[in-house]
Write a protein that binds this ligand. Structure first.
Ligand SMILES: Nc1ncnc2c1ncn2[C@@H]1O[C@H](COP(=O)(O)OP(=O)(O)O)[C@@H](O)[C@H]1O
Ligand SMILES: [Mg+2]
Length: 295
């Protein structure tokens, strides 16, 4: 696997300037709330960190931001201060466990919905400064399809959709895929089933979604993996330490490692030309276009 991680680091590095990384943007979302998105985002990011990648977690959950709470860290400055233009992006980046960088969410994020083009340009200029600094930037989004999270889902290089085996979570996850597809946006979803009783239940849940997506929407949705129901996840949340750090050998942490490996394999298999065209610039260009031409 370290070979594959190495291969991926090379792929997403700029060919003309090997020192410059083409940052990949991953959005994490779900249909239903409370399915484990934030825990997934944080611990997945930590698994990428331990594989040698530079990672930033960006808490963009509109109204329910809590990445900082999961780490027991309360930064003074957050996204709110960036959107209010009181702080630069570098001033709101903090470092957590295993030197994972993160931007805490702020209540001001709600205002994204009322963005003017000038606001969008400012945000874009600030976020562009992250290009090359990170291999991966992960956006932890809110549940459901708000106008704001839709912009991130459409603009990101890929979107991880988290569901649990509960029927309500499955139907809501499918609803997200269907809504995005009905808007004719080309989004690359990856599916994660969280809180599954065992791998069989995880696979059964994922198959339900991917089969229906294939049959009715003609969409291929790769499955990233299944995370078990694990009492140590709740214990870690109460301790305010990410479970991958507090309980590195617990079932959920080990499985998260396999999910990170699977993700790396998937990205490595993407044609090189796609990597070349991407980076933070690709992400921001898509976002600016959406803000200029809302449909
Ligand atoms: N794999 C798991 N095993 C056990 N409990 C879990 C698991 N994943 C999440 N949880 C529980 O679900 C709660 C909500 O998770 P969270 O990541 O905050 O969800 P979201 O971001 O989707 O709202 C956690 O605080 C934890 O108690
Ligand atoms: Mg959350």
């Amino acid at each position: 696997m370290s070979d594959q991680a190495q291969q991926l680091r090379q792929l997403i590095s700029n060919q003309a300037d090997p020192a410059a990384i083409q940052t990949r943007v991953i959005a994490v979302t779900s249909g239903k709330g409370g399915v484990g998105k934030s825990n997934f985002t944080l611990n997945f990011a930590l698994q990428l960190r331990t594989r040698g990648f530079k990672v930033l977690v960006f808490d963009a959950d509109n109204g329910f931001a809590n990445i900082d709470v999961l780490m027991g860290l309360t930064p003074k400055f957050n996204l709110y201060h960036l959107l209010k233009r009181q702080k630069t992006i570098h001033e709101i980046i903090h470092t957590g466990y295993q030197e994972l960088d993160f931007i805490a969410g702020g209540s001001g994020f709600r205002e994204l919905a009322f963005w003017t083009e000038a606001d969008a340009q400012y945000f874009s200029d600030q976020v562009m400064q992250l290009n090359g600094k990170y291999h991966f930037v992960l956006f932890d989004l809110g549940a459901g399809l708000s106008k704001e999270s839709l912009k991130f889902i459409i603009s990101a290089h890929e979107t991880v959709l988290v569901t649990t085996p509960e029927p309500t979570s499955i139907t809501d996850a499918y609803a997200i895929i269907k809504m995005v597809q009905s808007m004719k946006h080309d989004v690359e979803f990856h599916l994660v089933v969280n809180r599954s009783g065992d791998d069989f239940e995880g696979k059964y849940t994922a198959d339900k979604i991917t089969l229906v997506a294939k049959q009715f929407l003609k969409m291929e949705i790769p499955i990233l993996g299944y995370l078990p129901e694990d009492p140590n996840v709740q214990k870690a949340v109460k301790k305010q330490v990410p479970f991958a750090v507090a309980f590195p050998n617990t079932a959920a942490a080990k499985q998260m490692g396999r999910i990170a490996d699977q993700y790396i394999r998937t990205v490595v298999s993407v044609p090189e030309k796609e990597h070349m065209n991407s980076g933070m610039k690709g992400f921001l260009n898509r976002m600016i276009r959406l803000i200029q031409n809302p449909s």
